[in-house]
Design a protein around this ligand. Structure first.
Ligand SMILES: Nc1ncnc2c1ncn2[C@@H]1O[C@H](COP(=O)(O)OP(=O)(O)OP(=O)(O)O)[C@@H](O)[C@H]1O
Ligand SMILES: [Mg+2]
Length: 309
């Protein structure tokens, strides 16, 4: 039984409150930490990994404060940092042997574990190739393998899907589902689809705080009655985009099918209420930030939404 408990965790960087009073309990399972740029995901994960100390608040693993556990906690932990540095001239297997030695594994143990993990992340065939020749997805899979070298019970992956193509994303999801048994896996992303299917719990983080936590079903249930579809002509798209929060649009000849997130039913057209998705939820709660990122007002929301990376 694993139990990682955060109690009123804060992190302040001079004037910036990066994490603002987070309390949560993790047991076995996959937790998707979802939030936009600067929400505080990396800061929270670094505190969970014991790399950063909270300004205030406590983090306990199985009843013991992690800052008192030292090596015993590090032995339980696997971490893929957001800005993970690879050695481009190492081969994949050399890199894993090297990280294994840093984690205190003997060379034979590191070699055995490296072989097993390379197979698990589907890199066996390129085990002897230099990392500089790897695609983004291959590097991310190697990053997950290095985090797994010590058989961690807590696996923390910071934006593990960044730079992956759609096929690699699916492969990644399958890998996580496969690893999830008997572990706490915490992974951060700002891409809804990456956590929608694999996370048992979604933690939605905004401006340093947890906005909401729950299963996909629980989060989307709160959106019932707020999502609509209707058809308009393509000439009207701009006007509707200014009036409403558009979560999707699809061209059908000279007609456009809109998906709208709105408290009120758009009344001047025949609209149908539809079942909300996690994307609708995210857009609804982060529409102001999407606009700020796109930098061009409401119209930018659609662009920002379709290009979340
Ligand atoms: N070492 C630091 N010193 C000062 N401010 C920091 C430091 N680390 C993070 N911050 C600030 O804290 C806030 C949260 O940053 P953090 O990196 O945790 O966000 P994030 O959710 O991981 O964002 P992203 O999606 O871009 O990775 C940001 O405003 C950031 O500028
Ligand atoms: Mg980050």
């Amino acid at each position: 039984m694993l139990e990682l408990i955060l109690n009123q965790v804060h992190k302040q960087f001079s004037a910036k409150k990066a994490v603002n009073g987070i309390s949560i309990r993790f047991n076995h399972g996959v937790y998707g930490l979802l939030g936009s740029n600067g929400a505080g995901k990396t800061t929270l994960m670094r505190m969970i990994c014991g790399i950063l100390n909270p300004t205030s608040g406590t983090i306990h693993m199985n009843g013991e404060e992690i800052s008192h556990m030292g090596e015993r906690y590090r032995d339980m932990l696997g971490y893929l940092p957001q800005d993970f540095g690879y050695y481009p001239d190492f081969s994949a297997e050399e890199f894993l042997w090297y990280v294994g030695s840093l984690k205190g594994l003997s060379l034979p143990a590191a070699k055995g574990k490296a072989r097993e993990l390379l197979q698990r992340v589907a890199l066996s065939e390129v085990a002897r190739k230099k990392i500089r020749t790897f695609s983004g997805g291959m590097k991310q899979r190697l990053g997950i393998a290095q985090a797994m070298l010590n058989d961690p019970s807590v696996l923390v992956l910071d934006e593990p899907t960044a730079g992956l193509d759609p096929k690699e994303r699916v492969r990644f999801r399958n890998l996580i589902a496969d690893l999830a048994k008997d572990k706490i896996i915490i992974l951060s992303t700002h891409i809804v689809a990456d956590v929608e299917y694999i996370a048992d719990q979604i933690l939605v983080m905004k401006q340093g705080a947890l906005l909401m936590t729950g299963t996909v079903e629980q989060l989307t249930a709160a959106m019932e009655g707020l999502v609509w579809t209707c058809h308009i002509s393509s000439r009207e798209v701009e006007e509707w985009n200014d009036r409403y929060c558009i979560s999707n649009l699809r061209h059908e000849g000279d007609q456009v099918e809109l998906r709208i997130v709105s408290k009120e039913k758009p009344s001047d057209r025949s609209t149908t209420s539809v079942v909300p998705t996690l994307e609708d939820f995210y857009l609804y709660h982060f529409q102001d930030e999407q606009a700020a990122i796109a930098g061009e007002g409401k119209r930018g929301r659609i662009d920002g939404y379709f290009n979340p990376v």
